[in-house]
Design a protein around this ligand. Sequence first.
Ligand SMILES: C[C@@]1(CC(=O)O)c2cc3[nH]c(cc4nc(cc5[nH]c(cc(n2)[C@H]1CCC(=O)O)[C@@](C)(CC(=O)O)[C@@H]5CCC(=O)O)C(CC(=O)O)=C4CCC(=O)O)c(CCC(=O)O)c3CC(=O)O
Ligand SMILES: NC(=O)C1=CN([C@@H]2O[C@H](COP(=O)(O)OP(=O)(O)OC[C@H]3O[C@@H](n4cnc5c(N)ncnc54)[C@H](O)[C@@H]3O)[C@@H](O)[C@H]2O)C=CC1
Length: 192
Amino acid sequence: MNTMFPIFIKMSEISTLIVGGGNVGEEKLSAILKNSPDAVVTVVSKEFGQPLLDLAKDFPNVKTIERGFEVSDLEDHHIVLCATDDYNLHVMIKEECGKRNKIVNVADTPPLCDFYLGSVVTKGDLKVGISTNGKSPTLAKRMREFLEDALPSETQELLDNLKEIRDKLTGDFQEKVKQLNNITQQVFDKKE
Ligand SMILES: C[C@@]1(CC(=O)O)c2cc3[nH]c(cc4nc(cc5[nH]c(cc(n2)[C@H]1CCC(=O)O)[C@@](C)(CC(=O)O)[C@@H]5CCC(=O)O)C(CC(=O)O)=C4CCC(=O)O)c(CCC(=O)O)c3CC(=O)O
Ligand SMILES: NC(=O)C1=CN([C@@H]2O[C@H](COP(=O)(O)OP(=O)(O)OC[C@H]3O[C@@H](n4cnc5c(N)ncnc54)[C@H](O)[C@@H]3O)[C@@H](O)[C@H]2O)C=CC1
């Protein structure tokens, strides 16, 4: 059983720290920015790979700091992603995050993670997050590809129409729920 609880975070409202600016750091930054171009991210790394620097330069809310990690780096951030090649550093960061009530992801060490990244299917405003409980990131990727193809291209139009209807509905909460359930029932019935 997958007991993780998925949430959708407004990455512009919180501050994220990535430790390590090599390949894995670039992959994690890229995953964040693909979803949330407005994310506020600081990357601290002894050295940076060129791909990360090339990516970061187009995003004013992404800051790169070229030096080793310092425990004080944790203070200004809500979530932390570790992507260095130093396992002992990751163990230390996990421990220091615990003391400060910060949540941490350690890319290649699931037991040190408080949260996992997921595969993400996006159709306009619709977003579906996928987790395999850490069992197979490759299956998560394949499921994303499958759902990207399967979801109808009119999904955004449907959402825009429903938003318009939702804004115009009157009556009490129960009545609105009933009307919206009826309307969406018709949409899904038509597809069968
Ligand atoms: C636990 C987790 C923690 C975390 O990173 O958050 C984790 C851990 C590990 N990943 C590893 C390897 C790979 N990861 C990918 C890809 C992705 N990995 C992602 C998430 C997660 N990866 C979290 C669990 C998610 C879940 O619950 O399913 C995705 C979904 C999201 C993202 O990273 O953005 C993204 C797909 C995005 C997309 O395309 O949709 C590929 C495939 C590829 O790149 O094509 C491979 C190689 C093939 C393979 O191994 O499967 C290894 C072994 C490292 C080694 O061998 O040394 C570990 C460590 C371990 O498992 O022990
Ligand atoms: N590259 C990949 O696709 C995968 C890598 N891994 C593992 O993930 C880890 C990272 O991989 P890569 O990103 O490829 O390595 P990398 O060597 O490209 O990047 C590691 C980065 O961490 C930085 N760093 C090291 N110590 C630091 C410290 N004390 N403070 C701040 N920054 C520090 C380095 O300067 C470097 O930029 C490795 O342990 C690797 O085995 C696991 C799965 C896949």
